[in-house]
Design a protein around this ligand. Structure first.
Ligand code: PBG
Length: 321
């Protein structure tokens, strides 16, 4: 059968029919809001509407997000002092640790994820330990990352999310969490994280632009999709409970491919540059913010992501309520 017997427009005739047959649902519970925590608050110029927050600012944001039904927050810390090893990352009194404690005490139902990486804490801005020749020492780095993960778990983090892209870090973090009494804390692995220009605004927010070189020896080549599947397979084999693709919009094919190869919950990170582009275009009057944001987030869900980390989370949750 074909036209005129078949008419697909029949099921688009009313809003109620369209609701009935909609394939992809977007709810605030699927969104995770990134929060930047520092000892000093302040605007992030490259990301209109996003600020660095103090502990009390982060707590206030967490309360607002929880009231809107947002699924969680992911915390990034900006330390007062950076050093070669990134020792601020595993400081039990660090911004992420203190904010985690404060949020879990005041809003226990809100899921707190913590980003585990060294780049915000190292004076060179790389995600691992730098050798004298400028290369990144993989195996030395993962010990420090595991120490950081345990510090976050001790502070009360619900989910540990390593974003460094060192080989073997998921397994080492899992073993370290287990031996420190955190066997029940899941790992969301940034499994397919690309060496992307879309992170530019984040690096302003976190002050984590590499002082030399780039991240291409540890993050994925944007040209590669099969390699993203290998990264994901390895993280799953090492014990990841959930996996992530990052960025999201220019990588919807990777989201769909990872969705097809695993039954694990899948996250996508709608990153800072994607957010900044939308904000800039809206400011130019190019389109309606609500419409463009909801369409964008729906597209990421349709590609296969169960949950989306997005700077639009609070606005989107308001629009969806
Ligand atoms: C830390 C980290 C980065 C992002 C999340 N975790 C930056 C980077 O790898 O350079 C990017 C997030 C964004 O752009 O919104 N490794």
């Amino acid at each position: 059968m074909a036209f005129p017997d078949i008419r697909l427009r029949r099921l688009r005739r009313t809003a109620a029919l369209r609701d009935l047959v909609r394939e992809t649902e977007l709810r605030p519970q699927r969104l995770i809001a990134p929060l930047f925590v520092a000892s000093q608050g302040g605007e992030v110029e490259a990301m209109p509407g996003v600020s660095r927050l103090t502990i009390s600012g982060a707590l206030a944001a967490a309360e607002r997000l929880a009231a809107l039904g947002v699924g969680g927050v992911i915390l990034f810390g900006i330390p007062d002092h950076k050093d070669a090893e990134g020792s601020g990352a595993w400081d039990d009194e660090g911004a992420v640790q203190l904010a985690t404690q404060a949020i879990k005490a005041a809003v226990p139902a809100l899921t707190v994820l913590t980003d585990v990486c060294l780049c915000e804490y190292t004076d060179h801005g790389h995600c691992g330990v730098v050798r004298d020749d400028g290369s990144i020492d993989n195996d030395a780095s993962i010990e420090l990352l595991a120490r950081t993960a345990v510090s976050h778990a001790r502070a009360g983090a619900d989910v540990i999310a390593p974003s460094d892209m060192m080989d073997g870090r998921v397994g080492v973090i899992r073993a370290e969490l287990d031996s420190e009494g955190f066997a029940e804390i899941p790992i969301l692995a940034y499994a397919a994280k690309y060496a992307s220009a879309f992170y530019g605004p984040f690096r302003e927010a976190a002050g984590s632009t590499p002082a030399f070189g780039d991240r291409r020896t540890y993050q994925l080549d944007p040209a590669n999709r099969r390699e993203a599947l290998r990264e994901t397979e390895l993280d799953i084999a090492e014990g990841a409970d959930m996996v992530m693709v990052k960025p999201a919009l220019a990588y919807l094919d990777v989201i769909a491919a990872v969705r097809a190869m695993t039954n694990l919950p899948l996250a996508a990170y709608n990153v800072s540059g994607e957010y900044a582009m939308v904000k800039a275009a809206v400011a130019m009057g190019a389109f309606d913010e609500r419409a463009i944001v909801l369409e964008t987030l729906t597209s990421i869900r349709r590609a296969g992501a169960d949950m989306i980390i997005t700077y639009h989370a609070e606005d989107a949750a308001q629009w969806l309520s």
